[in-house]
Ligand binder design. Structure first.
Ligand code: IMP
Ligand code: MG
Length: 179
């Protein structure tokens, strides 16, 4: 297969991702099997859009979806400002919430989002991510459902971008000249 300009190699093949997403959907269904009200699945935009779609299609748990856009500015933990650019429009008080991320890197974004959403008193709040880069963690995040741990590469595909490119690739590819 010809890789797009800027993608060095495939890190995780499409078939491997598809298989793992199926397993994750089963794991999540099992976890929420006694749920009373629909699960509120919150995707962090834009990166989670493909994973969230693939995952929820395989789930049996009754659910509703909503989306949240966060933005982070800054270059270190001390001066990184995380703000909500587009908020969810669903009331989460007393409800079960599942946050969907594309990748957890330093953990700064998700840590902050969790803090903000926790003030709205959901019954439970769990984290699901397609990818995890544990070597880069600066803020602890408890991941409840994790697709793959990866080494410290900058990757694109399956919703993840580099300068807005590569989001639609059906695999995870390593971006050239990664920093
Ligand atoms: P964190 O606050 O460092 O955990 O930031 C996580 C966010 O950074 C993710 O939701 C992605 O949008 C972005 N990000 C981190 N690593 C990568 C990568 O390798 N490729 C694409 N986006 C990434
Ligand atoms: Mg993101």
């Amino acid at each position: 297969m010809k890789l797009p300009e800027g993608i060095e190699r495939i890190l995780i093949e499409r078939e491997v991702i598809e298989k793992r997403v199926l397993e994750m959907a089963k794991e999540i269904d099992e976890y929420y099997k006694d749920i009373k009200e629909p699960l509120i699945v919150i995707g962090l935009l834009r990166g989670s859009f493909i994973f969230m779609s693939d995952l929820t299609k395989e789930m049996q748990t009754p659910l509703v979806v909503d989306f949240l856009t966060a933005s982070s500015y800054g270059d270190s933990m001390e001066n990184t400002e995380v703000t909500i650019v587009k908020d969810i429009s669903t009331h989460i008080a007393g409800r079960d919430v599942l946050i969907i991320e594309d990748i957890i890197d330093t953990g700064i974004t998700l840590h902050k989002i969790e803090d903000i959403l926790a003030t709205r008193n959901p019954r439970t709040m769990k984290i699901c991510t397609l990818l995890n880069k544990p070597s880069r963690r600066k803020k602890e995040v408890k991941i409840d459902f994790n697709g793959f741990d990866i080494d410290d590469h900058f990757v694109g595909g399956m919703g993840l971008d580099y300068a807005q490119k590569y989001r639609n690739l059906p695999y995870i590819g390593v971006v050239k000249n990664e920093k």
